[in-house]
Design a protein around this ligand. Structure first.
Ligand code: PLP
Length: 449
């Protein structure tokens, strides 16, 4: 069966390659000709086979994990692997301190814990983010204020934040979404002007840089995730970076039941609330092994993404997400672009994406409208929130969370490609662009399908 499919694909591609030469639609960027019809209309796929899988591992991981196993020191309170990871992670990021924790969510929770955020406080976050950014605020019974999106960059719009600040605001938490830096200088300025800490949610942004400095170094602290899909991965894990010694001590205490140092002996910290969010030695070991490849992978994503952007910018109606001028490196956890159906004979985004999948190019529409999700709007009826803030404030909160730019971006424009695709070859970047060109050429026909 699979042999038959391979053979039919071969015949199709040979036939269509011939037709392509005859039809001769030139590709401006590559100088090659297109291969005839899109795959959704029976043509050959632009990209056959699979993009690189994720994650990678070799003997380095196997040896590291086996060593931890044999040591019988499996937790950070017993061994020294997590501590070694923290040293290397801070060195890699150019931060004075880092703390390994059990997830990116735990990193954000610990930062909010160390800042003693609680009921009555407001935290400004972007509407366009993974729901964890919202959840960590709500778990503290604080009020998440959702700021609108800069449609060009997909990042939180810094120009909308000043108006969202009230006397209750306790922190501003921009997210470097997709691994591209948010408008950092603008947020640092807002923080200074309003005397508010900036928390960088850098969960997707390992090794991203702003003016040559790694993200996670610009606010009071940065939070990173090492969950399976992330550019640095140990299944579940996270880290906090900071350049403030007192702050890292408070974070350590918070993630270790209020106790400082490496032991369980009681040494009082500053805070009065804490929990257990420790990373294990196994995860620390996996991270140290994965870190032997992270810089090379980051370079490859960056180079491929730059090339892809160059190709896609030549296609009318495909608008790669803008990088702010301070960006010297995006982690490209996601490759984000906008789709304008007006340049595709009115072809809907969902049909465009179906056609792109048929070309062998995985994709997603990405995040939606968190402010309108019943999971979020339901907070206005949460009994504890009503008790803390009252009905009037919660109704006003719903109003404050209107985000028209985000509505426009997410309802029919946003498209994502994934980090592992950017670990592919230059040729594969050309095939992504070629697939989109074919879809554009036949858009009217696909729309009728
Ligand atoms: C922007 C953002 N914040 C927070 C998190 C939470 O990280 P984790 O899944 O490791 O808890 C993620 C993870 O997907 C994320 O993308």
């Amino acid at each position: 069966m699979s042999k038959k499919i391979i053979r039919r694909d071969f015949i199709n591609s040979v036939a269509l390659a011939g037709a392509g030469i005859a039809m001769g639609v030139p590709n401006i960027s590559t100088g090659k000709t297109l291969n005839g019809k899109p795959a959704i209309l029976g043509g050959a796929k632009s990209h056959t086979g699979a993009f690189p899988g994720w994650p990678f591992f070799d003997k380095t991981e196997e040896t590291g994990l086996a060593d931890v196993l044999k040591s019988k020191a499996w937790g950070r309170l017993n061994g020294g692997v997590v501590a070694r990871f923290e040293k290397e992670y801070s060195q890699m990021l150019g931060a004075k301190y880092s703390l390994g924790v059990s997830s990116g969510t735990s990193a954000l929770t610990t930062i909010l814990g160390a800042l003693e955020v609680g009921p009555g406080d407001e935290i400004i976050i972007p509407v366009y983010t993974f729901v964890a950014t919202y959840n960590v605020v709500v778990l503290n019974y604080a009020l998440p204020i959702l700021a609108d999106t800069d449609i060009e960059s997909f990042q939180m719009d810094a120009t909308k934040v000043q108006a969202a600040i009230t006397p209750q605001t306790k922190a501003i938490m921009p997210v470097h979404i997709g691994g591209s830096p948010a408008d950092i200088d603008a947020f640092v300025e807002l923080g200074k002007k309003n005397n508010l800490p900036i928390i960088e949610d850098a969960c997707q942004a390992h090794l991203a840089e702003w003016k040559g400095k790694k993200v996670g170094n610009f606010g009071i602290a940065g939070a990173f995730s090492f969950q399976s899909s992330k550019n640095l991965n140990c299944a579940e894990g996270g880290a906090i970076t900071t350049n403030d010694e007192a702050f890292i001590r408070n974070c350590y205490n918070f993630h270790n039941q209020g106790q400082g140092g490496k032991t369980t002996a009681y040494t009082p910290g500053v805070g009065t609330r804490a929990t257990n969010l420790r990373l294990t030695e196994f995860q620390g070991s996996l991270l140290l092994s994965q870190m032997t490849r992270v810089a090379e992978q980051s370079n490859r994503r960056w180079e491929n993404a730059q090339y892809l952007t160059q190709l896609l910018k030549e296609i009318p109606g495909i608008i790669p997400a803008k990088l702010y001028p301070g960006t010297t490196r995006s982690a490209y956890h996601l490759y984000m672009f906008r789709y304008d159906k007006n340049h595709f004979a009115g072809l809907s985004r969902s049909k465009f994406l179906e056609a792109l999948s048929a070309e062998g190019v995985p994709n997603s529409v990405g995040y939606g409208q968190m402010n309108k999700d019943s999971y979020v709007t339901g907070l206005a009826k949460n009994k504890h929130y009503l008790k803390i803030y009252g009905e009037k404030t919660m109704q006003e909160w719903l109003e404050r969370n209107q985000c028209p730019q985000n509505d426009a971006l997410t309802s029919e424009q946003s498209v994502w490609l994934f980090q592992n695709m950017l670990l592919g070859t230059k040729k594969e970047m050309e095939q992504i662009a070629e697939g989109i060109r074919k879809i554009q050429k036949y858009a009217a026909e696909i729309a009728k399908k």
